[in-house]
Design a protein around this ligand. Structure first.
Ligand code: NOJ
Length: 564
């Protein structure tokens, strides 16, 4: 396995709208990020993934781009962006940009042209079809409720949008579209960026003819991605992108790839044959979803540790020496990790540290989402009016139209809404968590008075310093990056434990994923002469025999096993 900087890096994801507002308009901005660069440097991260900052009407907070070569007004200017890049690079931090090219905004000049007439030169940049019996061309649902097709009066045809109707899908079958995308990628790379996160990149190739999907629910439109995920020409398109652009640069590329399997992920990320450094898989994000629900995104199912182990172990082993994993427990589309996989009340600090240990000790490149490093939690707004996310709002509206109970819907939203991750980063205990001097675009989580960066920095036992320690540990020890992963205690329902091994170096990671005390017993076949404690989230007696001992709620320990 080759050693590369992007395998050894830790990535920090910034959602600019909610990071830090420098000018009091209630919206985070580039100057705000610049002011906080020393905070990021202090944490010890290597790469920033910046969510979209391009010009956008913000129907989906920047994932609807109207100009790929300019910055949205709320966030600043290209000059601000250049200062941000320079500020990061001066501190030895790299920058990857979000590449959103499955779709554009309907306000992008290409689409403005395309919808003018059937003969317009840009018409074929998008996917147009006549209606079928006066209705949509097929029965596909959009991810954000309703049909995946929108009727356009000017020409009497429908265009495809897998997301909102203001996010028309680009037609990747058209070589001109692909050339435009490669051009804009080169434009940013020439400015010196260090890579791309590629939004829903495995949706760019659709099955020709756009067949109906099987009818599973009583809904008119069916949520079923089989004809646009990992489509027939996907690998060909990515190979072309590699040839035209990616292979010419030493960059980190991470594809966002819903419904990806390990086998397909290897196709994407194999060192010789793949086009990308790594992909985001979603199987572990689905362990608390009900697959039979009409919209599983908004379903709730208790998750089990055995499911998590099975999923993560599958990915660790399948990609071993064959591809490369990315490791994350949350991002801007997911609930807060500590609320979902830990305990956001009594054991918030302990469980946030345990989850940090988990993320930082797996094989793969770890991603930390803003606020995760201080253990920020889900929010539970009392009324739908306080929510901002288009996915949440559309789903709520649709369900209300079907006669659902508002209280029941809110309960699901509290657990699953993307806005859980999007409330402003909590900097201190001043009004609005010190995020803005104005009115924030979305309310802050009321727990900011205790959970905030200032408190974290003042407390040597905080989640923040625990992350910092783990980051250093990982960076100083190749075994944490490259070591082979092996699960132990496979059937244990409370403890997740595994070893990492690299050329005679062996680490043992022990994590209690529950609020119960539980006994850890080391399997007989693991022998060692001495066990050195590397990191733990509780006080540990260094003389303790680790063959068998009791783990406290959410306890996490990492040992270096020496000798045999
Ligand atoms: C995935 C992004 O992460 C999400 O925020 C966005 O809504 C969709 N792709 C559409 O771009």
């Amino acid at each position: 396995m080759h050693r590369t900087w992007w395998k050894e890096s830790i990535v920090y994801q910034i959602y600019p709208r909610s990071f830090y507002d420098s000018n009091g308009d209630g919206i985070g901005d580039l100057r705000g990020i610049i002011q906080k660069l020393d905070y990021l440097k202090d944490l010890g991260i290597d790469v920033v993934w910046l969510c979209p900052v391009y010009k956008s009407p913000n129907d989906d907070n920047g994932y609807d781009v109207s100009d790929y070569r300019d910055i949205m007004d709320e966030f600043g200017t290209l000059a601000d962006w250049q200062d941000l890049l320079d500020g990061l690079h001066e501190r030895g931090i790299k920058l990857i940009m979000d590449l959103v090219v499955n779709h554009t905004s309907d306000e992008h000049p290409w689409f403005v042209e395309a919808r003018k007439s059937k003969g317009n030169p840009y018409r074929d940049y998008y996917i147009w079809r006549p209606g079928r019996d006066g209705k949509e061309p097929n029965n596909w649902a959009s991810h954000f409720s309703g049909s995946a097709w929108q009727y356009d009066e000017t020409t009497g045809e429908y265009y495809m949008h897998l997301f909102t109707k203001k996010q028309p899908d680009l037609n990747w079958e058209n070589p001109k579209v692909r050339a435009e995308v490669y051009d804009l990628m080169r434009w940013w790379l020439d400015k010196g960026i260090d890579g791309f996160r590629m939004d829903v990149i495995n949706m760019i190739s659709k099955v020709p003819g756009f067949p109906d999907v099987p009818v599973r629910s009583s809904d008119r439109y069916q949520m079923d991605n089989r004809y646009f995920i990992n489509g027939p020409r996907l690998l060909e398109f990515l190979d072309e992108m590699k040839r035209e652009v990616l292979s010419k640069h030493d960059i980190l590329t991470v594809g966002e790839t819903p419904s990806v399997t390990p086998q397909i992920a290897i196709d994407f990320t194999n060192e010789e044959t793949g086009a990308l450094s790594m992909v985001f898989q979603f199987q572990h994000m689905d362990i608390d979803a009900d697959p039979s629900a009409e919209n599983s995104r908004f379903s709730i199912k208790p998750w089990s540790l055995l499911d998590l182990k099975r999923t993560m172990t599958g990915w660790q082993k399948d990609l071993e020496n064959a591809g490369w994993n990315s490791i994350y427990l949350m991002n801007h589309d997911q609930p807060r990790a500590v609320s979902r996989f830990g305990d956001d009340r009594e054991y918030r600090t302990e469980s946030a540290k345990m989850l940090a240990t988990f993320t930082l000790m797996l094989q793969g490149t770890p991603y930390i989402y803003q606020g995760e490093e201080i253990g920020m939690t889900n929010v539970a707004f009392e009324t739908i009016e306080d929510y901002r996310d288009v996915e949440t709002l559309n789903w709520y509206r649709e369900q209300m139209n079907h006669g659902a109970d508002a209280g029941d819907l809110l309960k699901v939203i509290h657990v699953k809404s993307r806005d859980n991750a999007r409330t402003p980063l909590q900097w201190d205990d001043s009004p609005n968590a010190g995020f803005t001097g104005g009115t924030p675009w979305i309310k802050v989580n009321p727990n900011y008075t205790s959970i905030n960066v200032r408190n974290a920095l003042a407390d040597p036992d905080s989640v923040f310093y625990f992350y910092k320690k783990l980051l250093q540990l990982r960076k100083q020890n190749p075994v944490a990056v490259y070591g082979t992963y092996d699960l132990i205690l496979e059937g244990h329902e409370k403890i997740y434990a595994f070893t990492r091994t690299l050329e005679g170096d062996r680490w043992l990671v022990i994590l209690n994923f529950t609020r119960d005390e539980t006994v850890f017993t080391l399997p007989e076949n693991i022998s060692y002469a001495r066990a050195n404690l590397l990191v733990a989230n509780f006080q540990v007696d260094s003389a303790e025999d680790i063959r068998s001992f009791s783990l406290r709620p959410y306890e996490a320990r990492v040992y270096h096993l020496i000798g045999s």
